[in-house]
Design a protein around this ligand. Sequence first.
Ligand code: E4P
Length: 215
Amino acid sequence: MKFFIDTANLAQIKEAQDLGVLDGVTTNPSLMAKEGIKGQENILKHYVDICNIVTGDVSAEVISTDFDGMVKEGEALAKLHPQIVVKIPMIKDGIKAIKYFTEKGIKTNCTLVFSAGQALLAAKAGATYMSPFIGRLDDVSTDGLKLIEDIRIIYDNYGYETEILAASVRHPMHIIECAKIGADVITAPLSAIAALLKHPLTDSGLAQFLADAKK
Ligand code: E4P
């Protein structure tokens, strides 16, 4: 399973990259705003800065909601760096834009997926990645992990190559459950990835070994 970090914070991206297990980055307009990145020029520069830290795919989201606008924006984003993946919302024109980019050989990430039907359409359009938001589904009393299970079955039934990128991951158990189900990728905040390291028996066991080593 690939690990992406879900942030636009350069220090956190570097920390995750230094851990040696990072496969890519996802961003969205909210995460960019959180880092105070404003203005088109600064936004584009920030994506390049991220690409220069990591070796894998970096999702950069379009703001337009019409086909022509998404194509124009997406082409400009794709030209920025070979690691850029154009992130496109799951709307009618978004599906058309994904199909367009697929035919041009440009990687896409279909975002804001909340149902199996939407996931099926994204795969048919040829999306490289498809992002179901599991945490946001949990927030409205709907089982986000069940959606990942359903999409895994559907994609395997037909051999779709679109990768299931579990997004809106909130805690380490989301990551573990996604790995059990067979999600291709998870994107998570650094806190959730780092939490996988933790176990009190590791801490106490190490403390004991170090103490015994001094004897
Ligand atoms: C990533 O691609 C998504 O934009 C992100 O995971 C959404 O996460 P949130 O629901 O915590 O905002």
